[in-house]
Design a protein around this ligand. Structure first.
Ligand code: BGC
Ligand code: NOJ
Length: 815
């Protein structure tokens, strides 16, 4: 069952039924001011930091879900009937409803009894505010006396305090109202010198700022007292729960409509002007901005700017394939999600509260992989910022705090896969840009001034970190965990409430080993060997790096091989995990994907065998599950992975992040059918028809899909902020369609379904544009017979780096 459809032309997802199985959201704002808008107008906003600068309150686990926060109501003053054009919060059934999530904006329109309300939400580029452009229309044949009510429920800035410290925060709320502007200035006395405003373009007929006055003591947001009574109370909040609500009376003749603009904005005083007068805000700072953006002409202009921004962002890579679902993901939605994920890491969504997690070292480095062609400069900066929290021993703080850039000492390091991602992302950055100068950038360790060394040395320490930490089988020690945060083989704890992140264990005693990191080391260090061929900035030679990689590959091919697939790990007692010797968890996807991508034992058929085993044992119609059989009971030798019920999260769900590793491996083997088949199984657009089963947005990836062991097989959770987005994009664009950057040019090496007879890729690369057409006259899955550039045949599958600012026609004939 579907709840809408894609509008490919407009690059929008159009939702036609408000009661989607979950709130289906969109993001507005991509710099300092960020908001989320659901298909019923819910969600929340923050400035820079979703914990400390939260503008809108949000109750994640609420019933009914997704109410409060933002609201709009249209009321007929004569009949007293009212509705929300966004469906919520009034939840009055609508005669007509449509929500359009576009790139950086959302438009929702609802009609009831011949009155329509339409609202577009977006953040004008460069501004710290969200605009709501609301239009009320009278589509009936009589004149109507209507009232429009706005609503914002303010968060008292620190979202943790706001939802826990009521003895304090029931007293702190303060607001001011001047003309049509409501100022929220809670805590503008001591700890904060910033405030929010909620402005309206119309002369208002009333307002409310105290939630209880607006809602009524015992009503909900669906039947607020003010809407029942038809009149705002002009309440001023003293403590309790400050809100912003405007009343605007709108008299409309038949066929007439009126636009009203609302602005919710944030302002922070300059450093040298802290509380000129405690509790008295200086409105002059924002008056100009408010005036400017209440004007629809200015909004038109910024909306155009927003559209141009996205058109430009997406223009670097566009494709046309025989599969429309692939096209809509690759051309629009996947890069859109990649950008949001790159911006926000894992901080704020409807599943991530922005309270607990910072910018993850592993997570953000993988996010870079998909945006390098879109904004190489920002990616470069992010890679260097992440390198700053590398530890002197070559490991890394697992996360950093976005406001300070400091490594998070509570979590610390010890996730032994972390340093390898730095190597992989740096190598990918150089392949995209050709810019080896990043290796010479001086970067501190542990954020400590005076410890600067070139990034190249950081990579060297990363390599040494893994080489020096090997266990009884010469495989890398796993530490707290590798990619799979929940496979905790060194964390024995008496206390069932301790999480893997805090459980005490003696680092000296760590013995558990990871085959996954073994594969990752081979992959990453071979990249380093290739990089060493390009530049002499690295401390060791290509041969030396290759020797390290070969040495590790031997250990993996030996102790890491189970006979028909790669094992996953060895536990503290040297027993294998992910082996036919185990009762549960006999085969895992991660090590097979990573060792497969690294090509370990490919020449003697290991990679193909591993892929066959994955297909036989792990592939389901909803994607490839993490492992089989799932763990049926908690086992402290394995840790948190066994704490989940079978089929969920790390215990045997389809953890979508890992599926592309299998797609890439199959593609590298030339198995185009299989690679693409896996791509389609988890592709959100291809699951649109089963939206009632999948439940999350059909235009973005979710982190997990419940596996066959779960009672809710096929149900997705945790959409938007997941490394799934980046890796799927890499798999489809670079390995299935097969156009991938390499040091000396763009490689064209497709692995596609045999029935595809043609596809094309528009690719901007190091300053030149390549219009690549791939023909498949013999119906093969892989293999390239001929490459022509501007009519001339070349003797290679690599389009050389022409870098001449020109457009080049590339014809590729498979066979
Ligand atoms: C989740 C993991 C996640 C980790 C992050 C765990 O509870 O299962 O998926 O990586 O938390 O802190
Ligand atoms: C989500 C985390 O953000 C990521 O770092 C980790 O690799 C996966 N969960 C798997 O545990």
């Amino acid at each position: 069952m579907k709840y809408g459809h894609f509008d490919d032309e407009a690059r929008e997802y159009v939702i036609t039924e408000p009661q989607t199985p979950r709130p289906w959201i969109n993001y507005i704002g991509r710099q300092d001011y960020v908001g989320m808008i659901s298909n019923t107008g819910g969600g929340y906003s923050f400035y820079q930091d979703p914990r400390y600068r939260r503008l809108i309150r949000y109750r994640y686990n609420n019933a009914p879900r997704n109410v409060g926060g933002r609201g709009l109501y249209v009321r007929d003053a004569e009949s007293g009937e009212y509705f929300s054009p966004t469906f919520q919060p009034a939840r009055e059934p609508l005669d007509d409803y449509e929500a359009r999530h576009g790139l950086g904006y959302t438009t929702i329109r609802g009609e009831k009894d011949d009155v329509a309300g339409e609202v577009t939400y977006f953040v004008p580029p460069g501004e710290d505010l969200e605009a709501w452009r609301v239009t009320v229309e009278n589509n009936s044949d009589e004149s109507r006396n209507l009232q429009l009510f706005s609503l914002v429920e303010f968060c008292l800035w620190d979202a943790v305090d706001d939802s826990s410290n009521y003895q304090r925060n029931y007293n702190t709320g303060e607001v001011e109202v001047e003309d049509s502007v409501i100022y929220q200035k809670t805590e503008y006395r001591e700890r904060r010198n910033h405030f929010a405003y909620f402005a309206c373009s119309a002369d208002i007929d009333g307002f409310d700022t105290q939630r209880d006055a607006f809602v009524g003591q015992y009503n909900g947001f669906d039947e607020p007292a003010v809407l029942e009574d038809g009149e705002a109370t002009d309440s001023i909040a003293h403590g309790w729960s400050p809100i912003g609500s405007h009343q605007v009376d709108v008299e409309l003749e038949p066929g007439e409509s009126e636009e009203v603009v609302f602005l919710l904005g944030y302002h922070e005083n300059p450093q040298d002007d802290k509380w000129a007068e405690p509790g008295v805000i200086n409105k002059e700072y924002v008056e100009e901005t408010i005036e400017e953006y209440l004007d629809p002409a200015a909004l038109d202009e910024s909306f155009t700017e927003l559209e141009e921004f996205w058109a430009d962002q997406l223009s670097a890579l566009q494709v046309e394939t025989p599969d429309p679902e692939t096209d809509r993901m690759v051309n629009t939605w996947n890069p859109y999600q990649n950008t949001v994920t790159m911006n926000l890491a894992r901080s704020a969504s409807l599943y991530e509260t922005g309270l607990t997690r910072g910018i993850g070292f592993r997570d953000s480095l993988q996010d870079q992989l998909a945006v390098l062609h879109q904004f190489p400069d920002r990616a470069r900066k992010r890679i260097l910022n992440l390198a700053k929290i590398q530890l002197k021993d070559g490991g890394a703080y697992h996360q950093y705090t976005p406001l300070t850039g400091e490594g998070n000492a509570d979590i610390g390091g010890g996730f032994n896969d972390d340093p390898m991602w730095l190597v992989m992302s740096t190598a990918a950055y150089v392949k995209e840009t050709g810019d080896t100068s990043i290796l010479a950038e001086e970067v501190v360790y542990e954020n400590e001034p005076g410890t600067e060394e070139p990034l190249a040395e950081h990579l060297q320490r990363a390599v040494e970190y893994v080489r020096e930490r090997r266990g009884p089988h010469d495989l890398p020690l796993i530490g707290h965990a590798d990619w799979n945060d929940c496979l905790n083989l060194n964390c024995f704890s008496e206390n069932p409430d301790e999480s893997f992140q805090t459980a005490e264990h003696d680092v000296e005693e760590e013995r558990a080993e990871s085959v996954f990191i073994g594969g990752q080391f081979v992959y990453a260090v071979e990249e380093l060997a290739e990089l060493a061929d390009q530049t002499d900035l690295l401390p060791e030679s290509a041969e030396e790096y290759q020797r390290y990689a070969d040495e590790m590959a031997d250990a993996v091919a030996d102790a890491g091989w189970d006979g028909a697939w790669f094992r996953r790990a060895y536990d503290h007692f040297e027993d294998p995990i992910g082996s036919s010797e185990n009762d549960e968890g006999q085969i895992f996807v991660e090590s097979n994907g990573m060792c497969g991508m690294a090509g370990i034992g490919r020449e003697d058929g290991k990679v193909q065998d591993a892929m066959d085993s994955v297909r036989e044992r792990l592939a389901t119609e909803h994607g490839i599950v993490l492992h089989q059989p799932a763990f049926t009971e908690y086992d402290e030798r394995y840790g948190e992975i066994t704490s989940y019920p079978p089929g969920y999260k790390e215990n045997g769900s389809v953890f979508c992040h890992t599926n592309p590793w299998i797609m890439i491996t199959e593609a590298k083997l030339g198995n185009g059918e299989r690679a693409f088949d896996y791509y389609k199984r988890i592709c959100p657009a291809a699951r649109e028809d089963i939206s009632d089963v999948h439940t999350t947005e059909p235009y973005v990836y979710a982190q997990t899909i419940a596996g066959p062991d779960a009672p809710t097989t096929g149900e997705a959770k945790n959409s938007w902020l997941t490394g799934t987005a980046a890796w799927n994009y890499v798999a489809i664009t670079q390995y299935i369609l097969g156009v991938r950057p390499d040091h000396d040019g763009l490689v064209v090496d497709p692995s596609i379904p045999a029935e595809w007879d043609e596809f094309s890729v528009h690719r901007e690369f190091r300053g030149a544009t390549y219009e690549i057409t791939v023909e498949n006259p013999d119906g093969v899955e892989s293999g390239v017979d001929r490459v022509e550039i501007d009519g001339d045949t070349i003797d290679s599958q690599t389009i050389p780096d022409l870098g001449d600012g020109e457009v080049h026609d590339v014809r590729v004939v498979m066979g």
